[in-house]
Design a protein around this ligand. Structure first.
Ligand code: B1M
Length: 210
């Protein structure tokens, strides 16, 4: 098996130390950082995402795969910067105002990173202006809002309205998700996309980023 294929396999098994060592080995073998990223790390994370969607793996497996991805990325990132490999886009993600749940939001962030996005984590209990400020600062293409409470999901509309009434109108897309959120709710508040789970969120972000 090639070193890059081994990276993919070990990432899917969540073997962080092995992934770290294999990325180092692949670089020593002269394999390009982009190939290691696309055919090793991103391919492995993408396959985990597909399995998660089909309920073939669950949250813990995704979390340990994401941890392995991070270990590999720590070695690879300086080389990617040297090679000027651009991220797919930038997403500001946060849990909306009044809501403190962050497990799902973090998982979505990890899958987005796994799909090649730069992810700016706005945290929890995020007011609309903070989403907008971070989107401006980091020149994000997408704002991702998470909510777990029926009482806070309505605050997503405040983010949508704030973007529509700002200089970011037409420049930043808004995606929403979280257990009580539905496609119908997304349509009602005028958000650009809804994803039911973390893997679908990565697919949606790719579509929204064009
Ligand atoms: Co809370 N809580 N909680 N809670 N909590 C729920 C959500 C609840 C359903 C429990 C219940 O009553 N059965 C209920 C909400 C009821 C409702 O409104 N419909 C509830 C409540 C009522 C509350 C409090 C009000 C309780 C109280 O104090 N009386 C309180 C609110 C605090 C606040 O936010 N202001 C509260 C507090 C907490 C804890 C702090 C104790 C803790 C959160 C810890 C943390 O997040 N760091 C907690 C937890 C853990 C839960 C449950 C048990 C688990 C949530 C979770 O992490 N799921 C939850 C019950 C349940 O869901 N079984 C519950 C796992 C996670 C991976 O799934 O977040 O759905 P999820 O994310 C998924 C998708 O939704 C999607 O992708 C993820 C991965 O596939 N997704 C997105 C999420 N965000 C997305 C964004 C996207 C796209 C997809 O695009 C941007």
């Amino acid at each position: 098996m090639s070193t890059v294929a081994e990276i993919k396999t070990m990432l899917m098994k969540g073997k962080a130390k092995d992934v770290e060592a294999l990325v180092t080995k692949a670089l020593q073998e002269g394999i390009s950082p982009a190939t290691i990223l696309n055919e090793g790390l991103l391919a492995g994370m993408g396959e985990i995402g597909e399995k998660f969607k089909k309920n073939e793996v669950y949250v813990p497996e995704v979390l340990i795969a994401a941890r392995a991805m991070k270990a590999g990325m720590a070695v690879l990132k300086p080389k990617l910067l040297e090679a000027k490999v651009q991220p797919r886009g930038t997403v500001v993600i946060g849990t909306v105002k009044g809501d403190l749940h962050d497990i799902g939001k973090n998982l979505v962030g990890m899958m987005l990173e796994g799909a090649g996005f730069q992810v700016i984590d706005a945290g929890i209990d995020v007011p609309p202006e903070k989403f907008l400020d971070l989107a401006r600062t980091h020149k994000a293409q997408i704002i991702g809002c998470s909510a777990l409470l029926t009482t806070t999901m309505t605050n997503m509309k405040a983010v949508v309205d704030a973007v529509k009434n700002s200089d970011l109108k037409g420049k930043v897309k808004i995606m929403v998700g979280g257990a009580p959120v539905t496609q119908a709710f997304c349509d009602e508040i005028g958000a650009d996309g809804y994803a039911p789970d973390a893997a679908s969120a990565a697919d949606l972000a790719k579509r929204l980023a064009g």
